[in-house]
Design a protein around this ligand. Structure first.
Ligand code: ZN
Length: 136
C-alpha cells in the first residue's frame, strides 16, 4: 500500500494546502490538535530526518517558521510548537517525515509530558561518549 502522504502529494487524495515550495508542501492536519495545526512535508519520500538533503532540511524548517508566523498573524496564535515524531514508538503514524506546526492559543490546551529527572554525572558522561562515537 502506498504512503498516504505520497498519494496526497500526487493529488490522489485531497489536501488543504497552505503553501508549496520547490521541495516541500505545507497542508493542514486533518486531525488538528489546535486550529491551524499544519504539517510540513518534503516532496521526496523519506522516513527519517537524517535522510533529508541539506536543501530539503533548510526548506522544511524555513517553511515551518513561515507557517508559524502566519498562525500568529492570521489566526491569533500566541505561540507555536514544532515537532517531529520519528519511529512508531515515538508516535510516527505515517512513515513519511513530517514536521508538525502546532499553533498555541492558551496554556494547558496540549499536554506534552516528558517526566524528566536529574541524572547521575557518570551516566550522563557514558551516554555522551556513546553518542559522540555515533557522530564521528
Ligand atoms: Zn511518502
Amino acid at each position: 500500500m502506498e504512503c498516504v502522504f505520497c498519494r496526497i502529494l500526487k493529488g490522489e487524495l485531497p489536501k488543504h494546502e497552505v503553501a508549496g515550495r520547490e521541495r516541500c508542501v505545507a497542508f493542514l492536519d486533518i486531525n488538528p490538535a489546535t486550529r491551524g495545526h499544519t504539517l510540513v512535508v518534503p516532496k521526496r519520500h523519506v522516513e527519517r530526518l537524517s535522510e533529508l538533503s541539506e536543501d530539503e532540511a533548510a526548506e522544511v524548517l524555513r517553511l515551518a517558521g513561515e507557517v508559524a508566523e502566519a498562525c500568529v498573524s492570521r489566526l491569533g496564535a500566541a505561540g507555536v510548537n514544532f515537532w517531529i515524531n520519528q519511529g512508531k514508538v515515538a508516535g510516527q503514524v505515517v512513515p513519511h517525515l513530517h514536521l508538525h506546526v502546532v499553533p498555541r492559543y492558551a496554556e494547558g490546551e496540549i499536554r506534552v509530558e516528558m517526566h524528566q529527572k536529574q541524572a547521575e554525572q557518570g551516566e550522563l558522561e557514558r551516554v555522551a561518549q556513546e553518542l559522540r562515537k555515533g557522530l564521528e
